[in-house]
Write a protein that binds this ligand. Structure first.
Ligand code: FAD
Length: 425
């Protein structure tokens, strides 16, 4: 095994994007993934233009992304009365040089997995391999990895933990970290075959900041005009202690929650009917973790949800995971496979992304609905009388700048990793 090997704990979107990056720049690595087989789990997620740019730079083409989702055209907020509060174009239509994609999380995950195995060989991703802990040694790090009931030490120069919100590596790095944070919102998620709303690919946030639906397609419409539509039904409970915190994706019956949305009926959408036609439904508490002061302990770094699990209000958890992968790769190109590379990554991203985690807790871009609620209890005839157009635009521009997808900044930024850059060149 090469002395320069990087051990990656976790083969989710973060770990696989990082494996693809290391393969591209010529650094040996192994991904250890706890699941025994890769399956297309989850429902819809958004890939912001900054992340799509990185996927393109990894050679994941628009054709490939079109097979797991579709380019997003519009983002719209609609009040409980069914009237538009705010809308804006997204992706290329907004002036980005790269599209935004709405994709099926599981299909994107399989695309990254198949691409990595194709390029780096099946041994690059060890399945059924749970990383338990790490120990530093002079020239690198040992990871304790459990496979088939046997625990063995795997040695690498660096260990990068992409093991998600329940990260074992983060728990070791921060043994006193508080438990997972839950602010009281419960999400029911699923998919349904239905006609897309507004445009062929609009993201629609409907309701109030404490009681809302998010609806967007994750496939192109077929010949009947229907597409695979992702929906999230969300309610914030007053008694945050009343809910058992849990992992992702527990299947649930529609009748357990549809009553929260009986009033959501408009001439352009009947939410209860849409939910009753769903082909799957899962329940998730909306959870994140308190930020930590650093993501690095010598040769060990956290990335993706292990570093910054965040509320999905800004649709940027998966995007940030991909950007993390590329930034660590870029810093390795600068500093070699060294602790200095991880420190430089930490210095660049830990502060601003931790701020983003806290900002998303405060409702992220849905904060506009909070404003609406404060000013008129969500009831309005003419939105401009309640929140002037300029104020709505400024609110969204501030959010986008903080989340790293301000249009001009992103379009003008040089690639994170230049074409053909390799550690050994
Ligand atoms: C099954 C699943 C479904 C999801 N569905 C959605 C969705 O529909 N919508 C949405 O917005 N977000 C979803 N997410 C979360 C979303 O994928 C992440 O927020 C985002 O993509 C960041 O990804 P990540 O790779 O950091 O974390 P994750 O996607 O959580 O991946 C972490 C990976 O690490 C593995 N792992 C965990 N512990 C260990 C260990 N000790 N050793 C080795 N491997 C380990 C896990 O099996 C997993 O594959 C889902 C996550 C999972 C795991």
């Amino acid at each position: 095994m090469s002395d320069n090997r990087v051990i990656i704990a976790g083969g989710g979107i973060a770990g696989l994007a990082f494996g693809l990056t290391l393969h591209q720049i010529g650094v040996p690595f192994t991904v250890f993934e706890a699941a025994r087989e890769m399956r297309p789990l989850g429902v819809g997620i958004n890939l912001q233009p900054n992340a799509v740019r990185e996927l393109f730079d990894l050679g994941i083409t628009a054709d490939a992304l079109d097979r797991v989702g579709l380019p997003a055209q519009e983002w719209a907020l609609v009040g409980l009365n069914g009237r538009e509060v705010y809308s804006e174009p997204r992706g290329l239509g907004a002036g980005y040089s790269w599209p935004q994609y709405a994709v099926h999380r599981g299909r994107l995950h399989m695309l990254l997995y198949d691409t990595l195995v194709d390029r780096a060989g099946p041994e690059a991703v060890q399945l059924g391999a749970k990383v338990l802990s790490y120990a530093r040694d002079g020239a690198g790090v040992f990871a304790e990895v459990q496979m088939d009931g046997v625990t063995r030490s795997e040695r690498g120069r660096l260990l990068v933990a992409a093991d998600g919100i329940h990260s074992a590596i983060r728990a070791q790095m921060y043994p006193d970290q508080p438990p997972i944070h839950w602010g009281g919102a419960v999400m029911w998620r699923g998919t349904v075959r239905a006609k897309p709303l507004r445009t062929v690919s609009s993201f629609v946030g409907l309701g109030t900041h404490r009681h809302r639906m998010v609806i967007y397609p994750i496939s192109q419409p077929d010949e009947t005009g229907t597409a695979l539509i992702n929906w999230i039904a969300e309610v914030t409970m007053d008694d945050a202690g009343a809910w058992q915190q849990d992992g992702w994706f527990k299947p649930v019956e529609i009748d357990e929650f549809v009553h929260h949305f009986e009033e959501f009926r408009y001439d352009w959408l009947d939410v209860p009917a849409m939910l009753r036609a769903a082909d799957c439904a899962y329940v998730n508490p909306m959870i994140d973790r308190d930020p930590v002061p650093s993501w690095v302990d010598g040769p060990v770094a956290l990335m993706g949800d292990a570093a910054h699990a965040m509320y999905p209000t800004g649709s940027n958890g998966a995007s940030q995971a991909i950007v993390d992968a590329r930034v660590i790769g870029a810093r390795i190109l600068e500093h070699g496979v060294t602790e200095a590379a991880l420190s430089a990554y930490d210095a660049q991203l830990c502060g601003p992304v931790s701020e983003l985690v806290l900002r998303n807790r405060g409702a992220g871009p849905f904060g506009l609905l909070n404003l609406l609620d404060d000013r008129c209890g969500g009831v309005f005839d003419v939105i401009d009388d309640v929140i002037p157009a300029e104020e709505r635009r400024d609110f969204m521009a501030n959010y986008k700048a903080a989340a790293g997808f301000a249009i001009d900044t992103l379009n003008a930024a040089p690639p994170t990793i230049g074409t053909g850059a390799r550690v050994d060149s």
